[in-house]
Design a protein around this ligand. Structure first.
Ligand code: ZN
Length: 351
């Protein structure tokens, strides 16, 4: 299947993130996409340049307030002098307008100070915004939507090799190393072209909370996610439980830490059955490969064979399929894991 790509992903290169107040090394780095590219090039994949998409592609899934903020957050930060005093080179929030601060019905006004405004849109401290993060995030969304356009033009499947990832971003706030919801934008493009209902199946190790929130209660887009149980203490902690049903258009399958191929591929099969029952006419696979054993970001123990099996299951649905890259942080195996999944999808589609 064609691989959609943009060099602009390299513009976002966070060397650190702030976790529990401590500066820790960033792991959502350009080498992730480069390793995938090297592996797929070695396998003879066909690369396609991402097309610049109109702003409407982002507005279909995000509030104007969030988009306006992201577009100028770094310039505002620099203009406020924060890069000199206290010497913070990335936009990092310090104050969050928690709902408990306000009387019922009262809404926070937009904070005047750039330092405070950050917490109005970022829901964590580990998603830093650098000088060109906005351009990279916008290019990632362009990549995913271009992949959707390819299947609308008749390709049976296309893979968006994009970063930064997106599935933790809601309509109005961002976090989890994500800035714009690329998978959701691809789904919105397919739906707006009349290819509905569309299903998003998120197989990243973490709950696709942003995608769930964006399409909550919208029965034209089914959102399913298999992930490590947030109730066992995993990100995003507050969301991703099995009882979240979103008027029937949402399904979560949670797995205990330590779950390997058997439990994980069975969960993917159950989501595929749910997609089939829901009458989906197109599929977006939010492909995180951080469920792999050896990935530092999750306690799941899926193997490359497991990813190939999951690919076959999803390809076996026989739907036009857009695959959008989400997480996956083990640079030694990220290329192979993606390749196995894509190969599995193609095998499944051949029947
Ligand atoms: Zn993840």
């Amino acid at each position: 299947m064609p691989v959609v790509w943009s060099d602009s992903h390299r513009l976002h290169d966070p060397d650190a993130e702030i976790w529990v107040g401590v500066r820790t090394p960033g792991n959502e780095v350009p080498a992730r996409a480069e390793r995938i590219r090297e592996h797929l090039e070695g396998a003879g994949a066909r690369f396609v340049e991402a097309d610049r998409q109109p702003d409407e592609a982002a507005r279909a899934v995000h509030d104007t307030g969030l988009l306006d903020y992201l577009a100028r957050a770094w310039e505002d930060w620099e203009a406020a002098g924060l890069t000199r005093d206290p010497g913070q080179e990335s936009v990092v929030p310090y104050l969050f307008p928690h709902p408990g601060l306000f009387a019922p019905g009262q809404e926070p006004r937009l904070a005047a100070a750039a330092s405070a405004r950050a917490g109005q849109f970022a829901y964590d401290t580990m998603t830093p915004l650098g000088p060109a993060t906005w351009r990279a995030a916008r290019a990632a969304l362009d990549t995913a939507v271009t992949a959707a356009d390819l299947i609308l033009a008749g390709e049976p499947a296309a893979y968006a090799c994009c970063r930064p990832p997106g599935h933790h971003v809601t309509r109005s706030c961002f976090g989890g190393s994500c800035y714009l919801n690329n998978s959701a934008a691809a789904a919105a493009r397919l739906r707006s072209a009349g290819l509905g209902p569309v299903a998003v199946v998120d197989i990243d190790a973490h709950h696709g909370n942003g995608t769930q929130a964006i399409f909550w209660g919208d029965d034209a887009v089914l959102t399913g996610s298999v992930h490590v149980d947030p109730g066992a203490g995993w990100f995003p902690h507050y969301l991703g439980f099995e009882e979240e049903t979103g008027a029937g258009a949402n399904r979560n399958v949670t797995l205990a830490p330590g779950t390997g191929d058997d439990g994980w591929t069975e969960a993917v099969r159950s989501l595929a059955g749910w997609v089939e029952d829901g009458g989906a006419r197109a599929l977006v696979v939010a492909l995180g490969v951080d469920a792999a054993g050896g990935d530092s970001e999750s306690p799941l123990e899926v193997t490359a064979d497991g990813y190939r099996t999951a690919g076959r299951t999803l390809g076996g649905l026989g739907l036009p399929t857009v695959v959008v890259q989400e997480g996956g942080y083990d640079l030694d195996q990220i290329g192979r894991l993606v390749h196995e999944t894509l190969a599995g999808i193609e095998e499944g589609a051949r029947g």
